[in-house]
Design a protein around this ligand. Structure first.
Ligand code: 6GU
Length: 242
């Protein structure tokens, strides 16, 4: 495989459907990628197979304990070389973007550590020095969905994973950082809405020009939307504060 993912999680079954359909399924079958799941509970040492505990200092929720997690990562890294880059999935991490995804796709091996509950015991972070990854500014109940996001986004950049009729090069956030242009397929007319004439003209230079202009417009529009909401809950496009 061109890249190997090792996922450490309390819920390995959550990945079942994700890995057994469509693009990921095909990439696994063709040995372009490998995904190995490891149940963190395997490394629980105490008699209750406990991997989480109440926070020192009080407060709600449970904290993932350092010993099982650190030992799990070390054991998984020792399975095969190279040790791999460790990514800990946490909402307090650095926000994942396409540029980071492209860099991750150059790695031979990624170790994805999925948290649950209130978070990781901080000594896990100190001892393993993982890269902390968030997929956006909202809170999920665990790192499994974010780990799937990383596996999906990275895998589709691995040569051969996307079919001939697919392409990563023309996606949103390509080299120029532009959003993708609009797409149309049959039928030509649907509920009074027609396909822009240029797309059926056969003029490929004109089509390329139109698509680029649309991509630029969309990117400008989204940039305007992104900077405006200085007023809490102000609708997008409303007047900026004086
Ligand atoms: Cl990586 N984990 C959790 N639990 N919530 C998140 C996240 C990660 N990224 C955004 N929200």
């Amino acid at each position: 495989p061109l890249i190997r993912f090792d996922v450490l999680t309390l819920f390995p079954n959550l990945f079942e459907g994700f890995l057994s359909e469509s693009i990921l399924k095909r990439a696994l079958e063709r040995n372009l990628i490998a995904v190995h799941r490891h149940d963190l509970r395997t490394w629980a040492s105490n008699k209750h197979h406990q991997v989480d505990d109440r926070p020192f200092g009080g407060g709600p929720g449970m904290v993932l304990m350092a010993p099982p997690v650190v030992e799990a990562v070390e054991a998984v890294q020792a399975l095969t070389a190279p040790p791999g880059l460790v990514l800990a999935m946490t909402p307090s991490g650095r926000r994942l973007d396409q540029e980071w995804v492209r860099r991750l796709a150059t790695q031979p091996r990624l170790i994805l550590l999925c948290g649950r509950y209130e978070g990781f015991d901080e000594r896990i972070i100190e001892l393993l020095q993982p890269k902390l990854v968030s997929i956006g500014d909202y809170v999920l109940s665990g790192g499994e969905v974010p780990a799937m996001v990383v596996i999906d986004a990275v895998s589709r950049l691995i040569p051969g994973v996307l079919g001939d009729d697919q392409s990563a090069a023309e996606d949103s956030f390509g080299p120029e950082g532009l959003l993708d242009h609009p797409h149309y397929t049959r039928p030509r007319l649907y509920r009074g809405l027609s396909v822009p004439e240029v797309l059926t003209s056969g003029n490929h230079a004109e089509i390329a020009r139109w698509r680029r202009e649309q991509a630029l417009q969309r990117t400008r529009q989204r940039f305007r939307e992104a900077v405006l909401p200085t007023i809490p809950n102000a609708p997008y496009g409303s007047a900026p504060p004086a």
